[in-house]
Design a protein. Sequence first.
Length: 199
Amino acid sequence: MTNVGGLRDRKKLETWRAINTAAAELFLERGFEAVSIADIAAAANVSPSTFFNYFTTKEAVVFDPDPADSSTVRDLLDARPDGEPLWDSLREALLGYLKALGPRVVTQRRLKTSSPALAACGRELGDRIHDDLGEWARLRHSRLTEMDLILLINLSTAAVLAAFEVWDPDTGVHDFVQLAADCLNRTGTGVAPSPDGKF
């Protein structure tokens, strides 16, 4: 029974990735707005109804995480050790998330620059990540003031966004992660723990 379930899951993952790959290729070739769901389904050799078994919208093909990827920001935050300064946790979780995105972030960067619809969806994703950071921080670092929490979360996400905006996707994912690490490190020098351990 386990083997059957495993095979079924592998088939589903293969289909998800086939649709995702076909969509990315079409989007980059024709532009996001010029590609229909029917186009994606045909390129992936599935029916449009099968497409909707895996993705709720055309935008979801670009931003939904790979089902095999468990490295969500919240998962990465939950794995951080107790007692770790909030800034360190935010830095490591965000960098881990960017590494987990892999080549998908290259496609996202290229498409977002050419599509207002995808740029808006990217902002929505950023808002969800921001909310996840805030929810986790309020539980794990309840002794910090709300101003401290908001300040650190906003600074960490702004550092990653700055790296994203200047990054040339032709240089690859590794370069983006390095840029983000540099921005986070430079920002972090201003939010190092004070003598009373405030952060």
